[in-house]
Design a protein around this ligand. Structure first.
Ligand SMILES: *Cc1c(COP(=O)(O)O)cnc(C)c1O
Length: 424
């Protein structure tokens, strides 16, 4: 029984045998969820503070989510985009209202975040297409370390060379900038079709943009006639305490993309356009068989209903502040700070031990994740209350202590035994 393969769970064996290795080993086999909790195949309960990567806005198996799926599936699930359906039209109108597009806004529905960004990429190309014998706008700007998806188009927008490298050549025309207003000023001119960016870089480690960045980006893109496209796939649907993160800055973009949290666990995404950007697509330029189907749009409608009804934007703000204060209050030598907004938080670690913290948390019955080696990402359901916050803080404290103990960190100085020896 010392042989690892003998003690390995049979589901892990099956996963290794049957699933492509693109994602690496799965960390658990979950069989059920309710609210902020998950249960694995052994019956162990976990507090879920990842929520499917900012997806399960209402937690697991929320009655409104369940009822919307059942009722719409029993009525009409899919008809293709030759036809419209009431839930699709209702969701489009609602997204326009929540995103503040006014009358001139338009919505394109997809099934995922990457597909929403593919549509945004094509929007940028349409805007940059040469007209009337002019040179057009061949350049698209994105940010270093950004994440916009895994399809070939969105990978070309993703500023992580190690992700792109196995799949070269990339779709051409994309340039990557450091996330500074200076870099933006230097790069923008009339040859730029669009600037695309995340208001908070989630996959890069919950990294906010510098103060005033979105305002400067709006100014500069407008001055040069380039589109400002915001990827709100992780930050949208109320997660940061506004419907969309750009609303904290009080600007109006030309387009935003959403997915993850708007479906609450049902796969759906959208590109939402503002003003003149709404006129770029014309019949035949884009499409999706499943996109905007009645089932997905009905579920997203129900999820957004529930976020509005429960005032979950306010809850994201207050719980987020509570969590931040609580996390810093733990006083762990491993924690150096807490970034992010609302219920999208990144706990900065003093050492590259994020994977160990995630594993220790899971042992203690808490699900969080490590977008990089020095950050723990926290993105729970928007429905969490005092009970979940308190339980999170006690489990996270325990997980940090487990890792600090393993490193034998001094509680006061944060130095390891080796470092204390070396300093002597
Ligand atoms: C998750 C994510 C995507 C990709 O969405 P998928 O649904 O995985 O295709 C794109 N951009 C951001 C900011 C994301 O967080």
């Amino acid at each position: 029984m010392t042989d690892g393969t003998m003690t390995q769970a049979s589901w892990l064996h099956d996963a290794r045998r049957d699933l492509l290795a693109n994602a690496g080993d799965r960390l658990a086999l979950f069989v059920r969820g309710e609210g902020a909790y998950l249960w694995d195949d052994t019956g162990k309960r976990y507090l879920d503070f990842l929520a499917g990567i900012a997806v399960n806005s209402l937690g697991h198996a929320h009655p409104a989510f369940v009822e919307a799926i059942a009722a719409q599936a029993a009525t009409l699930a899919h008809v293709s985009n030759y036809f419209a359906t009431p839930p699709q039209l209702a969701l489009a109108a609602r997204l326009k209202r929540l995103a503040g597009t006014g009358e001139s806004g338009r919505v394109y529905f997809s099934n995922s975040g990457a597909e929403a960004n593919e549509a945004a990429f094509k929007l940028a190309r349409l805007h940059g297409a040469p007209r009337d014998g002019g040179p057009g706008r061949p350049r698209i700007l994105a940010l270093t370390d950004a994440f916009h998806g895994r399809t070939m188009g969105t990978l070309a927008l993703t500023g992580k060379p190690w992700m792109q490298e196995p799949f070269l050549p990339m779709v051409p025309g994309v340039e990557f900038l450091d996330s500074t207003i200076d870099a933006l000023e230097a790069a923008l001119d009339d040859s730029v079709a669009a600037l695309i960016l995340e208001p908070i870089k989630g996959e890069a480690g919950v990294l906010p943009l510098p103060e005033g960045y979105l305002e400067a980006a709006r100014d500069l893109t407008r001055r040069h006639g380039a589109l400002l496209i915001l990827d709100e796939i992780q930050t949208g649907a109320g997660r940061t305490g506004e419907w969309f993160a750009f609303q904290h800055a009080g600007i109006t973009p030309d387009a935003i993309t959403v997915a993850k949290g708007i479906g609450g666990g049902f796969p759906i995404g959208a590109l939402i356009t503002y003003g003149d950007a709404s006129e770029l697509f014309y019949p035949g330029t884009h499409g999706s068989t499943f996109g905007g189907n009645a089932l997905g749009t009905a579920v997203a409608g129900a999820v957004l209903d529930e976020i509005e009804r429960g005032d979950l934007l306010a809850n994201a703000r207050t719980r987020g502040a509570q969590l931040r204060e609580g996390i810093l209050g733990i006083g762990s030598p491993l924690v150096t700070g807490c970034r992010g907004q609302g219920l999208l938080l990144g706990v900065a670690l003093a050492r590259p031990v994020a994977k160990a913290v995630v594993a220790a948390a899971q042992e203690h019955g808490l699900i969080v994740n490590a977008p990089n080696d020095e950050t723990i990402r926290i993105a729970p359901a928007l429905t969490i209350g005092d009970v979940e916050v308190d339980e999170f803080l006690s489990l996270f404290t325990a997980a940090l202590a487990t890792v600090a103990d393993a490193l034998m960190l001094d509680e006061v100085t944060g130095q390891s035994t080796d470092e204390r020896e070396a300093a002597r």
